[in-house]
Design a protein around this ligand. Structure first.
Ligand code: GLV
Ligand code: MG
Length: 335
């Protein structure tokens, strides 16, 4: 299905590409593993059966003096395991770091045949993707890697958000994009020290003159960026993800944040802690009642046109399409 591009071919930006076809596998949670920690690497065989994607993290949260050990550990875990249908990704260090080049130059020759996706942090514009695209094309050609390695961008700088559409269409290798709320907060000068999730100060007050008590309701700090990212990704035919949720003790808030992202069109989120695996699995799989209702819609409108009433609610061609999104996802979950 996917065919590699010869390394000397020019980028065909915006043009239909030979391997534009994306995997339709589930990617509900991208589970982060610190590969320099032997104890964590030892858990990978068990993780493979529990998560949709295993990601070896080489970037933030890996201390500078452990960068080489993390890279070597990732290669070791890639070689030592059969990942089957579970995705194998790595998050490399950012392009202007002292480690990026060695990350790519060592990992692709050693484990490129097993690697599905390179997650590239701090992407500012399409030029970052072009550079990695060409580097991967050269290394694939040199090492006889026939399955193209895809690129996943982290949207986590103000400049990146400004260029999100161009990033999404920068290469036929683009797999998708994740919101990086921690770096994005810093880049934007937001006044928070949290990794994703809400903030009690980001709230609206009810009308003091109305009947309702003057309670504050927290808003979703990430609504604007998630919406912008989802539109950019869906119009480019790639996938959108919510990124990290740093407060492992607040599972309810994590679930609420993931659920907002799911409703908005994201297909998954990062799991940084084992407790977040089940949350992501639950949230990014469709609700059985929703699926049952969606099936009713599809059944009531076999050719997808017209208007019918179901349980007092009007359905038409557009709600048929909504229902199909949910039923298609339910089928993938059931497979
Ligand atoms: C993730 O990398 C983030 O910065 O939130
Ligand atoms: Mg980050």
């Amino acid at each position: 299905m996917k065919t590699p591009r010869a390394f000397y071919q020019p980028l065909a930006i915006g043009a239909p590409a030979p391997y534009r076809e994306l995997p339709v596998t589930l990617e509900r949670m991208i589970h982060f593993v610190p590969p320099h920690v032997e104890k964590m690497r030892a858990k990978v065989p068990d993780l493979i059966s529990r998560v949709d994607v295993v990601l070896g993290n080489l970037e933030d949260a890996i201390p500078a003096d452990a960068k080489t050990a993390a890279r070597d550990g990732f290669i070791e875990m890639a070689k030592a395991n059969d990942f089957g249908a579970t995705g194998l990704w790595t998050r490399v260090n950012c392009l202007n770091s002292p480690w990026f080049l060695d990350d790519i130059m060592q990992i692709v020759p050693a484990a490129g045949d097993k690697l599905d996706v390179v997650m590239l942090p701090k992407v500012e514009g399409q030029w970052d993707i072009h550079y990695l695209d060409q580097l991967l094309a050269q290394l694939e050609a040199r090492n006889g890697i026939t399955k193209p390695i895809l690129i996943h961008a982290i949207l986590e700088t103000a400049e990146g958000v400004k260029n999100v559409e161009a990033i999404a269409t920068a290469s036929p290798r683009m797999h998708g994009m994740s919101l990086g709320p921690a770096d994005l907060a810093a880049s934007r000068g937001m006044k928070t020290t949290r990794v994703g999730g809400g903030h009690p100060d980001y709230a609206v007050l009810a009308d003091p003159h109305g009947d309702a008590p003057r309670a504050a309701f927290q808003q979703d700090l990430w609504h604007y960026t998630v919406a912008k990212m989802v539109d950019a990704c869906m119009s480019a035919g790639i996938r959108a993800f919510y990124g990290p949720f740093g407060d492992f003790s607040d599972t309810a808030a994590c679930e609420a944040q993931f659920r907002n992202a799911f409703l908005m069109g994201c297909v998954g989120a990062w799991s940084l802690h084992p407790s977040q695996i089940e949350i992501a699995k639950r949230v990014f799989s469709p609700d059985p009642d929703e699926v049952a209702f969606a099936r009713k819609i599809l059944k009531a409108m076999p050719d997808g046109t017209g208007a019918v009433m179901i349980d007092g609610k009007m359905q038409d061609d557009a709600t048929w399409k909504q229902a199909k999104v949910i039923v298609d996802l339910a089928r993938r979950v059931a497979d």
